[in-house]
Write a protein that binds this ligand. Structure first.
Ligand code: ADP
Ligand code: MG
Length: 245
């Protein structure tokens, strides 16, 4: 019997007013799988990520994380949302907290860990993403690439079952893109389940198990990276790739 997906979307629909931004989206992400989502601006990629993390409600369909729907609200939501880590384009760090505090806070408040345990874990994670020496600084004192690595450490600190990345390198200066992609590639190799929205096609080829192409709120096609990039099937994917490659 094949294992049930860790993240399973079934016939998900989302509208903003008259605008139908997610149309009958079906997607199942296996444990340990790295799914890269690509597609033109406005395709619904961010909305999809936000819906998986329940930062956005959906109008119909179901989203299960490890077999369980995210609760509507309340105390359970914070706990379950911690199982679905998210890294945003704009880092979203707490500006008035140190790097260390950024990685400690959720562990203490949501996971109810002791401060000592949370700090130990935070130092480990900051080391792992290559910024062990920056713990006492504030986010504004770091480069964009370093801030994004703090955001990844903060997400990992919650011991998520899956990590979502929404264009994590789009706001970075070009020379900082690789240091973030390298951390993400290492996570992928270590078996982390990841859903990554990105325009970095090199990362998609290198790290993805599957590329999902979205346009106009729909999953138009999906395939292993070599097959998707080598022989896209739909006209929409062909014309998208022709523009970006
Ligand atoms: P992508 O990330 O693929 O660029 P988005 O998911 O951000 O696409 O947006 C999909 C569509 O939904 C876009 O047309 C966008 O303008 C619209 N949209 C996104 N968020 C909102 C919102 N909060 N209110 C109204 N429209 C929205
Ligand atoms: Mg987006």
């Amino acid at each position: 019997m094949s294992e049930q997906g860790l993240v399973v979307l079934d016939q998900v629909n989302k509208r903003f007013g008259d605008h139908h931004v997610l149309r009958d989206v079906d997607l199942s992400v296996r444990r340990g799988e790295v799914v890269v989502i690509i597609g033109p601006s406005g395709a619904g990629k961010s909305t999809l990520c936000r819906a998986i993390n329940r930062l956005e409600t959906i109008d119909s369909g179901t989203i299960l994380i490890d077999g369980t729907p995210l609760p509507e609200e309340g105390r359970q939501l914070a706990r379950l949302r911690a199982e679905v880590g998210m890294v945003f384009q704009s880092f979203n760090l707490f500006a008035h907290k140190t790097v260390l505090e950024n990685v400690v806070l959720g562990q203490v408040h949501v996971l109810k860990k002791s401060r000592a345990d949370a700090e130990k874990k935070a130092y480990e994670l900051l080391e792992r993403v290559g910024i062990g020496g920056q713990a006492a600084k504030f986010p504004a004192q770091l480069s964009g690439g370093q801030q994004q690595r703090v955001a990844i450490a903060r997400a990992l600190a919650m011991e998520p079952k899956v990590l979502l990345f929404d264009e994590p390198t789009s706001a970075l200066d070009p020379e900082m893109v690789n240091e973030v992609l390298e951390v993400m590639t290492a996570l992928a190799r270590e078996g982390m389940t990841m859903v990554v929205v990105t325009h970095e096609m090199g990362f998609a080829r290198r790290a993805a198990d599957r590329v999902v192409f979205m346009a106009d709120g729909e999953i138009v096609e999906q395939n292993a990276p070599d097959d998707f990039f080598g022989t896209p099937r739909s006209e929409r994917a062909k014309s998208f790739l022709a523009k970006i490659l």
